[in-house]
Design a protein around this ligand. Structure first.
Ligand SMILES: [Zn+2]
Length: 317
């Protein structure tokens, strides 16, 4: 069995510091590594909130309280995992109800959602309300393969912890071989998965970001004909389905960056400038919802160009 403390010492130490200084947030998103390690991380975090022998921010994992949590027998710690294709808004409502039913008031309650990428748009938005206005002493821990698969609104409102993948350094090296600069490669791997960067060099990657940013700047100026930019600035750079996927990942990252700028969270990856500064926060959020829906349509094989052009019209609406 994989062991959290052996495999992820850095992240565990980081959490120990946060817990020791009482700086724990009420919403986390933990991604990368294996689903087993992610679950162990979530359980460890839950144990840290109940353990009788907390030492330097770390639970002993052996006391009765820690064991009860590991066995799934503490009613204040609810871990949910669905067998269904998606997690809908009713599921989220019932999880929230279940975790709030425990009698003891003011006590720590923890909701762990496995495979959070399965949440529908409506489910994500429902959960977002709880993240923005936490109920009582509730901590939410989302687990996913990749944070990028979640709505930008969620990404921007939670603390994201990437567990380390052993392969990460190899991936950076292979991108550097393909003409990426080192820091560019590191950022690119935060934005997308390595498989979507095949056959792309650093220059092309940068041109694609510029093309998307220019399009959004036109959108920001409310230029109705900004959809023309799709054909002139973006389409010539996109040769295949993987690169179309990359465009969606970049767009999601830019929205996440803009929301994080608006919320003063200082987490920008692709842009440190609020290039949608003419749009209200409500509009930015609804644009990011439109983007999520557009990506679903693209996955069901609607033409990439048509989807982006349609999106462009919705954005200037
Ligand atoms: Zn303990």
């Amino acid at each position: 069995m994989e062991n959290l403390l052996e495999e992820q010492p850095k992240v565990v130490q980081e959490f120990q510091k946060i817990i020791s200084s009482n700086m724990l947030s009420h919403a986390y998103l933990i991604d990368s590594a294996s689903s087993q390690i992610r679950q162990q991380m979530a359980i460890w975090l839950a144990q840290s909130q109940f353990c009788d022998n907390l030492k330097d921010g770390a639970p002993d994992q052996t006391c009765q309280k820690c064991q009860t949590i590991a066995l799934g027998d503490n009613p204040d710690v609810l871990e949910v995992k669905t067998d269904k294709q998606s997690v809908g808004v009713d599921d989220i409502k019932s999880f929230k109800k279940e975790v709030s039913m425990t009698a003891t008031q003011g006590k720590r309650r923890i909701l762990i959602i496995d495979e959070a990428e399965k949440m529908t748009n409506a489910a994500s938005n429902n959960l977002l309300k709880t993240i923005e206005e936490p109920e009582g002493n509730l901590m939410i821990i989302l687990l996913a393969d990749s944070a990028k698969q979640l709505l930008p609104t969620i990404q921007s409102r939670v603390q994201i912890f990437h567990l380390s993948n052993k392969s990460n350094e190899d991936e950076i090296a292979s991108l550097v071989n393909a003409g990426f600069k080192n820091d560019q490669a590191q950022k690119a791997l935060k934005v997308t998965d390595i498989k979507y960067l095949a056959n792309i060099d650093g220059d092309k990657y940068q041109s694609l970001i510029s093309g998307i940013m220019n399009w959004l700047k036109e959108v920001n100026k409310q230029k109705i004909n900004s959809f023309v930019d799709i054909q002139t600035d973006i389409m010539p750079l996109v040769e295949n389905k993987d690169q179309q996927h990359l465009v969606f990942d970049m767009l999601n990252q830019i929205f996440s960056d803009i929301l994080s700028i608006r919320y003063n969270l200082g987490k920008s990856t692709l842009t440190a400038e609020d290039i949608l500064n003419n749009k209200s926060i409500q509009k930015v959020i609804s644009m990011s919802d439109d983007l999520f829906t557009a990506e679903q349509m693209w996955k069901s094989n609607v033409s990439f160009q048509a989807i982006l052009e349609d999106l462009s019209l919705k954005f200037v609406d």
